[in-house]
Design a protein around this ligand. Structure first.
Ligand code: AHG
Ligand code: MN
Ligand code: MN
Length: 339
């Protein structure tokens, strides 16, 4: 007997019934979001064939990253899908410096959306998996005007939903509204996301570590000691860990969520005397932390739970160590000098 076919829309409706206070507004927000990511998937999947969306757009974003044409396309798709539904009071994106107001011709809504329209975009020209990441809050400020920066700069634990799409060998959407983590695979013939990974639980410990070893000379002492330790032997089975690093956060976290293990983008001192992190709190670390913790894992800066971090600016960066609970706890012991 084949498993019952559950579409993403039906699953969202079922999730909504778990939130008695939620009206259909939240459900329609997620429906609009899935339209945007289906359009992005269509472009990503033909990127190799359509030269005008390959390559760099010739501009830099606020984080100083080179903007790829597909970054811009994904940004436009997300904005145009989300600006008119009446579910949002404000948006923010990796590709836009300030907050993105809802155009005044459209109704305002109750929610706040922060997103990374295309994650891992430096990989797109090499046909390596890329993704989209989103984080959703309920509005905090009162009043009849649009949402503000205050609505966007929140503790991660206030998120009402978080998710990502990985555009890989298949297109998968993984999301949580605080009741577990659920994965859907896009059936291109139907144009529907179908439930393929209900109630994802991350293994308590893994055998894979994922980090850019190219930065190893510049890591802090605790990070160096931890990586050395797991390269020598796996704490549980006395075998060394394997290294897997794709360079797209969505792809590396997705593999970590399904297989277990640990992903690390710690701070490094590549610029002499300047300890810097790379990943952004609002549209990378916070949503990934909600998802992985909902799946039974853990996400830390090394000294603080990622979901307790409250950013002071939209594009603030933070060290991110995320994955299987026991692996991340062991990292924290090394990083905090307890081993
Ligand atoms: P984005 O493409 O949205 O700017 O994100 C890129 C990020 C993230 O996807 C990945 O984990 C990290 O950059 C890889 O950085 P390195 O190339 O320095 O390893
Ligand atoms: Mn990114
Ligand atoms: Mn991006």
């Amino acid at each position: 007997m084949s498993a019952k076919i559950v579409t993403l829309q039906r699953h969202i409706m079922e999730q909504q019934s778990l939130h008695p206070e939620a009206s259909g507004r939240f459900t329609r927000l997620l429906w609009d979001l899935t339209l945007a990511v289906k359009l992005i998937a269509r472009e990503v999947n033909k990127a190799g064939l359509v030269s005008e969306i390959m390559g760099a757009a010739g501009t830099e974003n606020v984080s100083g990253d080179q903007v790829m044409k597909l970054d811009q396309y994904a940004q436009d798709r997300m904005f145009k899908a989300m600006d008119h539904g009446g579910h949002l009071c404000v948006m923010a994106s990796e590709e836009v410096e300030g907050i993105i107001p809802i155009p005044e011709e459209f109704p305002l809504g109750h929610y706040v959306l922060l997103f990374d329209p295309l994650d891992g975009s430096s990989n797109i020209d090499a046909n390596v998996s890329v993704g989209t990441i989103f984080s959703i809050y309920a509005r905090k400020t009162r009043g009849r005007q649009g949402g503000t920066l205050e609505d966007c700069l929140r503790r991660g634990s206030e998120q009402v939903a978080a998710g990502y799409v990985v555009y890989g060998s298949s297109t998968m959407l993984v999301y949580t509204t605080g009741n577990g983590v659920h994965g859907f695979t896009l059936d291109p013939s139907l144009g529907e996301f179908l439930l393929s990974h209900p109630n994802i639980q991350i293994p308590p410990r893994g055998k894979i570590y994922s980090i850019n070893e190219g930065n190893s000379p510049y890591w802090e002492a605790g990070t160096k000691k931890y990586i050395q330790y797991i390269k020598e032997k796996d704490p549980a089975s006395n075998r060394p860990y394997s290294l897997r690093y794709i360079g797209s956060l969505v792809a590396d976290v997705h593999r970590t969520l399904l297989y277990g293990g640990i992903f690390l983008y710690p701070a490094d001192e590549k610029e002499a005397g300047k300890l810097k992190a790379k990943l952004r709190v609002t549209y990378e670390a916070h949503p990934m932390a909600m998802i992985v913790e909902q799946a039974g894992g853990r996400a830390t800066t090394g000294t603080q739970r990622i979901l307790e971090v409250e950013p002071k600016s939209l594009h603030e960066r933070v060290p991110l160590v995320i994955g299987s609970r026991d692996d991340v706890l062991l990292y924290e012991e090394f990083f905090q000098g307890k081993r």
